[in-house]
Design a protein around this ligand. Structure first.
Ligand code: MG
Length: 324
């Protein structure tokens, strides 16, 4: 399971160091979080992020429709805004590189769905770009507004805090397996898993509530799996995160799929990516408030003194992710 510091993590670290602009007082939060935050004046800050979907890396052409790609592109970008707290999405720019074999109706169908999604989430599409490419790929930059200095970062978790998740766990990774199998019967049997992969629901309402009520000490969206999310919080908040998700967080459809696939549900829930729920920490004193205001949130671990992220197994034994 990939949770250690790989080449990509090292490159991101280098990027963060390279792009430090101490002179720009308008840049409130730079590289390293889900979004950048810029002072925008008149009591408003601008929250900006960008993300991309690449053929061969994130999906295979044989199981992707233009509608799937448009929906997912919009949603994974909005998910980053949701992870910053009380952010109202405003607009986006979008671009694509397309192989020359890609049929002309493909971008038309993509744009139609993208507009539908934009209307659904109440944002506009302000511009974009189109180019030829060796692989199809789709990218977006989205921005939203928030009140001054009100965002929730990845840096504030403290020993003693509880770790929460709101949103699906493991469904998208199982959905990707279903799609990769190419078995139509399997797709029909597990529509919720396939949907979780292609149409993750950005947790905008939950994120806004968490931000408004000041519930979280740190937060990010769960794009690379619970193990990776825990490791990121541990690293950036300089603490140790212990994961112990209980049976209650396993969706019935994932349980049914696991019985068929012969793998434990925690394999998907902890190691699987692309769920796009929100992972956040909060002091135990706020547990009652979280339960009351956000009943969908589940405790999936806790924060301790130390470094790194580990899994507490069913029998209470602690394991590192590498041995999970
Ligand atoms: Mg993110």
């Amino acid at each position: 399971m990939k949770t250690g510091k790989g080449a990509e993590a090292r490159l991101i670290e280098h990027i963060e160091k390279t792009f430090r602009f101490p002179g720009d007082s308008r840049l409130l939060l730079g590289p390293g979080d889900d979004c950048a935050v810029l002072r925008h004046g008149a009591g408003r800050d601008l929250v900006i992020t960008t993300d991309e979907i690449v053929e061969g890396t994130h999906y295979l052409a044989r199981f992707a429709t233009p509608e799937d790609l448009a929906a997912k592109l919009m949603r994974i970008n909005l998910s980053d805004l949701a992870s910053m707290g009380d952010v109202k999405p405003v607009s986006c720019v979008v671009g694509s590189g397309l192989r020359k074999e890609t049929p002309p109706e493909f971008p038309r169908r993509f744009m139609k769905e993208l507009k539908r999604e934009a209307l659904r989430f109440g944002i506009s599409i302000a511009g974009g770009n189109l180019a030829g490419a060796r692989e199809d790929h789709f990218y977006m930059t989205v921005w939203g507004e928030t009140g001054r200095g009100r965002v929730v970062t990845r840096y504030g978790a403290k020993p003693g805090d509880l770790l929460f998740n709101v949103g699906p766990l493991g469904l998208a990774a199982a959905g990707l397996e279903v799609l990769m199998s190419g078995k139509a019967a399997l797709k029909r049997k597990f529509p919720g898993l396939v949907r979780a992969f292609w149409r993750p629901e950005p947790q905008l309402a939950a994120g806004a509530l968490i931000g408004r009520e000041g519930l979280a000490s740190a937060m990010l969206d769960n794009s690379d799996g619970l193990a990776r999310s825990a490791a990121i919080i541990a690293e950036l908040s300089k603490c140790r995160v212990l994961l112990s998700p209980g049976e209650g967080v396993c969706a019935p459809e994932l349980r049914a799929y696991c019985a068929l696939a012969g793998k434990p549900w925690r394999y998907y829930a902890i190691g699987g990516g692309e769920d796009y729920g929100l992972v956040f920490t909060a002091p135990p004193a706020r547990l009652a408030a979280v339960k009351r205001l956000l009943p969908a949130a589940a405790v999936v671990g806790r924060v301790e003194k130390g470094r790194g992220a580990v899994i507490e197994n069913y029998d209470g034994r602690i394991k590192s992710f590498e041995h999970f």
